[in-house]
Design a protein around this ligand. Structure first.
Ligand code: ADP
Ligand code: KDG
Length: 317
């Protein structure tokens, strides 16, 4: 079977240690919802391809080098000499509140084209395609690229996963709903936070979470997965609903939890597991993410998964 394919914008991420306007030092890494999922899946042993666009600059080389180091195939990725790699600043303003500042308009990632996605399908068509609602928010090119991926996935029989991932800084809820609602019937696994579910439905459809999930199932989605933060996650399929509580862990950084959850969920799905086992691996990888700083740095390997059950003070020697 082919690899998992995901694509979107991955940026250089600078993480400060306090209020940004005071200066100080920042840690340099990379971040992007889809590449977070790619790294999460690669760490769990799956074959993954990422196909975004970066600038012909040192920031872009950091993105590609990081993904390569994490065993993600970047051979279909584009290097755009006409635009810079995007940048993202994380400002931990309070222990419970982090601010994100984007420097991404006009970036290489926002000029991603359908040709890059076509290249990613050309060798070993993917077994599963993972999209997020961030990509169509970036501009007409990325939106067309995602729509091309939906068509090619259907042609090749790839499973399609969509994480709604609404970013209000990038587009309005009204425009997001227009796009995502048209995509939903072509999606097999739809993942959203509770408040994002309405964006995948016609206006007014579904009075509550259950009715919304039922509506999506009736429109052709096979699995509707709802991320509930510290309350865990649930999945609704034609066979009913299953919930898993979050795994107790000392949370230090919530950014990237959703992507880590998606990687865990899809990993179990690729292993052939049923909805309950998919949720179980998702809440486990989600807990690893919130327990570590960074978007993807804390993602577990398969051998590390049982570590989450270790008691406080455990030393492995
Ligand atoms: P997003 O980052 O997309 O908003 P969530 O906050 O719902 O997504 O987090 C995704 C998953 O990560 C949750 O379903 C849960 O399993 C796990 N998670 C999130 N917050 C915590 C927490 N404080 N403790 C343990 N697990 C968590
Ligand atoms: O899910 C985490 C990502 O949202 C973040 O690190 C960067 O892709 C990103 C975005 O556009 O917000």
């Amino acid at each position: 079977p082919g690899p998992v394919l995901t694509f979107g914008e991955t940026m250089v991420a600078l993480r400060g240690s306090g209020p940004l306007k005071l200066g100080g030092t920042m840690a340099v890494s990379v971040a992007g919802a889809e590449s977070n999922v790619a790294i999460g899946l690669a760490r769990l042993g799956h074959s993954v391809r990422w196909a975004g666009a970066v600038g012909d600059d040192e920031a872009g080389r950091l993105v590609l080098r990081t993904l390569r180091a994490e065993a993600v195939d970047v051979s279909a990725a584009a290097v755009d000499a006409g635009a810079p790699t995007g940048l993202l600043l994380f400002e931990p303003r309070l222990p419970q509140a982090t601010r994100v500042h984007y420097y991404r308009s006009g970036s290489a990632g926002s000029r991603l084209s359908p040709e890059t996605v076509e290249r990613a399908f050309a060798t070993a068509p993917p077994r599963l395609v993972h999209l997020t609602g961030i990509t169509p928010a970036l501009g007409p090119g990325p939106r067309a690229a995602a729509e091309r991926a939906l068509c090619l996935a259907r042609e090749h029989g790839s499973v399609v996963c969509l994480d709604v991932n609404f970013r209000s800084r990038l587009w309005s809820a009204a425009v997001a709903a227009e796009v995502l609602r048209a995509w939903a019937p072509r999606v097999d696994v739809l993942i959203a936070s509770d408040d994002e579910l309405p964006l995948a439905l016609p206006e007014g459809a579904g009075a509550d979470r259950s009715a919304r999930a039922e509506w999506l199932l009736a429109s052709g989605v096979a699995e509707v997965v709802v991320k509930l933060g510290a309350d865990g996650a649930l999945v609704r399929t034609a066979d009913g609903q299953t919930h898993r509580p979050a795994r107790p862990v000392r949370a230090v950084d919530p950014v990237g939890a959703g992507d880590a959850f998606v990687a865990g969920y899809l990993s179990a799905l690729l292993d052939g597991a049923g909805p309950a086992a998919c949720l179980e691996r998702g809440v486990t990888t989600g807990a690893f993410a919130v327990a570590a700083h960074g978007d993807w740095e804390g993602a577990p390997t398969r051998a590390e998964l049982p570590l989450l059950a270790a008691e406080s003070g455990t030393v492995l020697r």
